[in-house]
Design a protein around this ligand. Sequence first.
Ligand SMILES: Nc1ncnc2c1ncn2[C@@H]1O[C@H](COP(=O)(O)OP(=O)(O)OP(=O)(O)O)[C@@H](O)[C@H]1O
Length: 642
Amino acid sequence: MRRQLRRHAASVAQSGLTGPVDIPDPVREDEPKDLRSRWRRLRQSAGGTVRGLPRVVKLAWQASPVITVLIALSTLVSGLVPTVTAYVAKLLLDAVVAAVQHHGGTGRIVELAALEFGVFTATAISTALTNAAQQLLQERMTLTIRHRVMDHASKLDLQFFEDSQSYDQLRQASQEAPQRPMTMLTSALGLGRTSITFASMIVLLVSVSPLLAVVALLAPVPAFISQAKYGSRGFMLTLLMSPVRRRMDYLNSLVTTDTYAKETKLFGLGPYLVDRFLRLGQNYYARERRLTTRRNFVGTAWSLLSTLAGSGIALYIALEAVAGRLTIGDLALYTAAATAVQTSVQGLFSGFSGMYENNLYLDTLYQFLETAPRITRPAVVKPLPEPVRGHIEFQDVSFSYPGSEEKALDGVSFEIRPGETVAVVGRNGAGKSTLFKLLCRLYDPTEGRILLDGVDLREFDPDELRTRISAMFQDYVTYQGTAAENIGLGQLSAVDDRERISDSAARAGVASRISRLPRGYDSPLGRWFDQGVSLSGGEWQKIALARAFMRDAPILILDEPTSALDAAAEHDLFARLRALAEGRTTLYISHRFSTVRQAEKILLLDQGRLAEEGTHEELMSTGGDYAALFTLQAAAYLEEAA
Ligand SMILES: Nc1ncnc2c1ncn2[C@@H]1O[C@H](COP(=O)(O)OP(=O)(O)OP(=O)(O)O)[C@@H](O)[C@H]1O
């Protein structure tokens, strides 16, 4: 079923922004015709349904053994309650009839009434216990799972986050899955409770009349069949609709989120997006309505058959009671039992389908938890040299992103001496950021190797290695925290070290701006929280730079550090870069050649290959691509100046 659904999901309304809003019918696979293959299919889906159960029980046990036992016991009790209640009611009725007929003897009636009171009290207590236990277990299990998901996500490779399929898995695992194990457990408990009621009722009925037991069992079959048919269609529809719902959520966020508001207004997208949302919603509703109406009408027709059979039997029993072959109590018992059996058959079905659906979600959760990071500590860890000198060597390094044929880096070799300042340049998509990611060991090269102080990066502990690198990426984070936190997070151990934080801010050229904030370093930044200060793009970039400067690491990596800075701030930063980079090996990416020329070495990448390497003067004199690009930019400035 999953494969089928995935096929359809892909064909629904493409990107969601344009294209058709129709929702195709789920195409059902050819139904198996012969009995044996039907049986096999039933077994498969039943197997798939209960597969997840042991894992869930284990989770519940880990979350709280006491509550788990309590829930199991109360399930047993509440499963028996309807049968015991029906039986006591029968005894009571029989006693009443006997008393009426013999005019007197109310002692037994009082006893039975007391027993009935006892049963009701036990029911109320067990229901209250079950509810409380379920709520508590829900909280604990959700917490346990969210913690496990978060913990696991924090250990996964960057690749996992940059790949859309696995990222989807993560979203599902963190948003959908945490509630599922408890829902699964609740379904399973419901199933257990219903099974107990069902079995005990049948036993009770057999004791009254085996024929009645058979009839009571057969009467709900038509209703069961219609439930099964429409129930599974409903589930398929829900899954088929999930990409549609996701699209609707996306459209909704485009119109209601601050970051999109500017463009939405400027391009006049509001009415268009609202209209798409509405059309998708109407389509969705129409499908839902069709299924719901059919399910209810056809379901009712089928269950009328059951009602007919049940009423016939009730009449038969009534006549038998009149004839004195059955008691009034038996009549009452049958009525109660027939209703209970019918409800439990429906309960069994919905329990099964609920478990089936939850199991699909659980599969995703476990798949996610089983994903192992590839970039891990080697079996034999080489300790990092003390101190790290920062001698970097790329030896014939090639790299393709997973799932991509193209090489983002292709046979790149170069060497950077300790303490050298290197600029990496090249057109968009040339592979500059990729080179940085490899150096931080966020990915491993597909071919070749990268050496730090003569040792392959893969021989170090990756976490240790990263503590020796300060980096600022192109898509730096703007944390919704105070100015001090935004900077201090660059070196967690010094997050409270105000002196170091203000020193880093000064180096990034943002100290005076922070001092002008209402509460200085304690001012909250960003608009998510009350009284947060909105910074400009360039100011945020300086904060990110300050964060990179927090770490006193031997390697400094800056990916377009001045892309949002004004000309004066950029000039100021590069004028000080020498001092800032003192004693560290520094690599930076920049598209502005005025800032590149002062680097001790320039690497020009072109479509993943290292096309040119040297100082500004050397590259200018060779008259290659660098010289051409430099002249192009310089000419533009000169023209403007002229
Ligand atoms: N996560 C990714 N998955 C697949 N391909 C990627 C990924 N990131 C980048 N690429 C591809 O790798 C190539 C190099 O990208 P990279 O980001 O290294 O370029 P860049 O030189 O930094 O470009 P820019 O100057 O635009 O920042 C591009 O063709 C890009 O499409």
